[in-house]
Write a protein that binds this ligand. Structure first.
Ligand code: A1D88
Length: 256
């Protein structure tokens, strides 16, 4: 249900593809376990610098598997914590780019919201239709939407179940760029290449610092940024980056 391949100019980009076409990549337990295993594998493997997560041209993911959920009772989801490990994506320290074509509904949108950067194909459709089937977003939708867009937009999406096209999602700030469907994954890999040209150690430091903006007060975040900035001065990559600039040559990163 998941394919992992190596791509990018330096073969250091992990392309993870949701591959359950019979159900438009609906997120069932098995698929999410496989996704989690693949993410953790890529996270540990130092030869991967950036991750691109995508689906098919028709669907990134049509949400959590409604047929699987339909059979569950409160005790199943509560005691067995139905979504255990479904948020592995949000714990990955390497940059993750979502390349979203087609339907990204419910849990599909929430997976995209867990990624660091969202690129969309012109046919992308986002939304939180859980309200229309008697439940609510459970993979972060009600928490991440209001952090990334206005309260009014977040409420409208979660309360109505209305769908959002790619262009609208870009205007609202969920998506950074929109591309023709067939170019989308290639453009996401090109961006991954540009990120992967930088020191993996410093890239992770930027991601940690930026993510703290969503967790802390401004003062705590500024303090954390200052400390992380100072900590880069203890790295070989900071020394190498500045020396390479002065010597007019490309830096050679060692992630140390
Ligand atoms: C915490 C998170 C909660 C959630 O995520 S709740 C789920 C939120 N998602 C949704 O409500 C979307 C459900 N899906 C749809 O509304 C439609 O699909 C689409 C609009 C995405 C596409 O419609 P069309 O192009 O007509 O395709 P099709 O025939 O409906 O789907 C093809 C096959 O895929 C299965 N499928 C689609 N989405 C799901 C899903 N979310 N869970 C389980 N199965 C799904 C269908 O049933 C069908 O299968 P078959 O060919 O056997 O009838």
């Amino acid at each position: 249900m998941i394919t992992l391949s190596r791509t990018g100019a330096a073969e250091n980009v992990a392309l993870i593809t949701l591959n359950r076409p019979s159900a438009l990549n609906a997120l069932c337990r098995e698929l999410m376990l496989e996704l989690s295993e693949n993410l953790l594998k890529v996270e540990k493997d130092q030869s991967y610098h950036v991750i691109v997560l995508t689906g098919s041209e028709k669907a990134f993911a049509a949400g959590a598997d409604i047929k699987e959920m339909a059979k569950l009772e409160f005790a199943d989801v509560f005691e067995n914590d139905y979504f255990t490990n479904w948020d592995t994506l949000s714990h990955i320290t390497k940059p993750v780019i979502a390349a979203v074509n087609g339907f990204a509904l419910g849990g599909g949108t929430e997976l995209a919201l867990m990624c660091d950067i969202v690129y969309a194909g012109e046919n992308a459709i986002f939304g939180q239709p859980e309200i229309t089937i008697g439940t609510i977003p459970g993979l972060g939708g009600t928490q991440r939407w209001p952090r990334y867009v206005s309260k009014s937009v977040a409420m409208e999406i979660c309360l109505s179940g209305d769908r959002l096209g790619a262009q609208e999602a870009k205007e609202d700030g969920l998506v950074s760029k929109v591309f023709p469907v067939q170019q989308l994954v290639g453009e996401a890999v090109l961006l991954a290449d540009r990120i992967a040209k930088n020191s993996p150690l410093i890239v992770k430091t930027v991601k940690r610092s930026l993510n703290s903006a969503y967790q802390t007060s401004l003062n705590q975040g500024l303090e954390m940024e200052k400390q992380l900035f100072q900590s880069t001065f203890a790295t070989n990559d900071r020394r190498e980056g500045m020396s390479a600039f002065a010597e007019k040559r490309a830096p050679k990163w060692t992630s140390s």
